[in-house]
Design a binder for this molecule. Structure first.
Ligand SMILES: Cc1ncc(COP(=O)(O)O)c(C=O)c1O
Length: 462
């Protein structure tokens, strides 16, 4: 054993939980184009959003403050599991025989199993403060639904979850977990909303999508004064809440005495990626020398290639067209990606903040197939002992490829990725993979091109 080996886990004390969230929009010279009212196509006025969101979250959505204070009450709940450790993946480094140093931020240790709890608690807290009785939401893989169910239970709110049909069937225990915290779950598309019924009329066997489930939840919230809508990704305030991840990781890298050459996260709607990456990108925007050459990689599935192949345009966040129009990369709001095991990455759009940073050349997107991702997940489980969520395994795949590139170039680079969640409810998917039955669901090229061509006819946001 080497006597001076630096620690495997870089820990912070409870007192070091960040006291503020970071709003990257305040640091961008070119602000992302604003959301538009679907009726007037003019920038949406904040009060139009008040039918579905509480005032404090609308304010956070449009704030130009660089930092937003985290309420004491939330810091108290965050302390149940935060700060999360930053871990040096020595086992993976050894397996790959790479000179690179690989670190991961372990968000899988939250009580709900992923980063999603960081914003779920914040959203439940602000809704409770404003007298809301119930939250309605969608969930893809089940991680977001689980987190919001837990947060609603904590703040004594009702919780209604529309769970994408493909995940509802694949993951019965996720459903049971949400019920454990008292949530009411429906498979989406459902017969409970007009949006769901319309889809079922034309596609009775629909496997659902996040876009459809969002339409159902928004419809429920808009038609009941006591219910508000809660979104687990995409919007500015959601990414804002997730920046506790990156703020902690930045401090932890300082403790480790290193700075990343490359940071990596998986992207569905963009919340774990944004929350992890934005505080590091701030170092670049502030022209700190150590961040000058840092690369930032966003990883998505090739079955749902929003950033790598999508069109940057104004599009709806949901399938039925109930949400404001967002300036983002999109595959088309009514495009239904093939069913993959990373249900949380199966979304047609992405956070406008991330789209605008991709356009500015600050983030590089890459895409991987399902089998490439599961191969990485198994390597990680065997070398680090943690079963990662299939979503998070996209980041692992890219980290492995970067570490192998560093090896072939003989470079001792520092690679840091976000482990957004664990995969202990995804064993059906791992079983398929280990039995050699996992298909690389690919997109129907002709269909995708049809959707993309439609989007290309629209004028891009200014
Ligand atoms: C573990 C995990 N990682 C990542 C994601 C993708 O969401 P986002 O891009 O908002 O982080 C999800 C979504 O459900 C998830 O469950």
């Amino acid at each position: 054993m080497k006597s001076k080996q630096s620690p495997n886990r870089i820990l912070l004390s409870e007192r070091e939980i960040p006291k503020k969230w970071y709003n990257i929009a305040a640091d961008l010279e070119e602000k992302p184009a604003p959301p538009l009212d679907p009726q007037t196509r003019q920038p949406i006025s904040p009060d139009r959003l008040s039918a579905i969101f509480p005032q404090s979250l609308i304010e956070q959505e449009v704030t130009d403050k660089k930092f937003v204070r985290i309420p004491q009450e939330l810091l108290k709940v965050y302390a149940k599991w935060r700060p999360t450790p930053l871990v040096r993946a020595r086992g993976l480094e050894e397996l790959l025989e790479t000179p690179a140093h690989i670190y991961f931020k372990n968000e899988s240790l939250s009580p709900s199993g992923s980063h999603k709890l960081n914003t779920a608690l914040a959203q439940a807290y602000y809704n409770k403060l404003e007298g809301v009785k119930r939250l309605a939401t969608e969930t893809g893989a089940g991680q977001w639904g689980t987190a919001l169910s837990m947060a609603c239970n904590y703040f004594e709110l009702g919780c209604k979850v529309f769970m994408v049909r493909s995940s509802y069937d694949q993951k019965p225990y996720r459903r049971a977990m949400m019920q454990m915290w008292g949530a009411e779950i429906s498979a989406s598309p459902s017969e409970e909303t007009n949006a769901g019924k319309n889809i079922l009329e034309t596609h009775p066997d629909s496997t659902g999508s996040l876009g459809i489930a969002i339409s159902e939840a928004v419809e429920v919230a808009a038609s009941d004064v006591e219910t508000k809508y809660s979104l687990g990704s995409v919007l500015n305030h959601v990414l804002l809440h997730q920046t506790v991840i990156g703020e902690e990781a930045l401090k932890q890298m300082e403790k480790a005495g290193e700075f990343p050459d490359t940071i990596i996260g998986c992207v569905g709607g963009g919340s774990n990626f944004g929350g992890f990456a934005f505080p590091f990108i701030r170092e670049k925007l502030e022209e700190k020398a150590r961040a000058r050459n840092m690369r930032v990689i966003a990883v998505e599935p090739s079955a749902c290639p929003t950033l790598t192949r999508g069109v940057f345009t104004y599009d709806y966040g949901d399938t039925a067209g109930l949400t404001p129009l967002l300036a983002m990369h999109s595959l088309g709001h009514d495009y239904i990606p093939p069913a993959i095991h990373s249900g949380g990455l199966r979304y047609h759009g992405v956070a406008p903040l991330i789209s605008s940073l991709v356009n500015a050349g600050l983030i590089s997107p890459v895409a991987y197939t399902q089998n490439e991702v599961f191969d990485a997940a198994v390597k990680f489980a065997r070398s680090e002992g943690i079963v990662p969520a299939p979503e998070s395994s996209h980041a692992i795949r890219a980290a492995i490829d970067e570490a192998l590139r560093a090896k072939s170039e003989g470079k001792r680079e520092v690679i840091v990725f976000n482990l957004s969640g664990h995969g202990y409810f995804d064993m059906g998917a791992y079983d398929d993979y280990l039995q050699g039955h996992l298909a690389d669901s690919s997109v129907d090229e002709e269909e995708l091109q049809r959707y993309l061509n439609q989007l290309r006819l629209q004028s891009p946001p200014k």
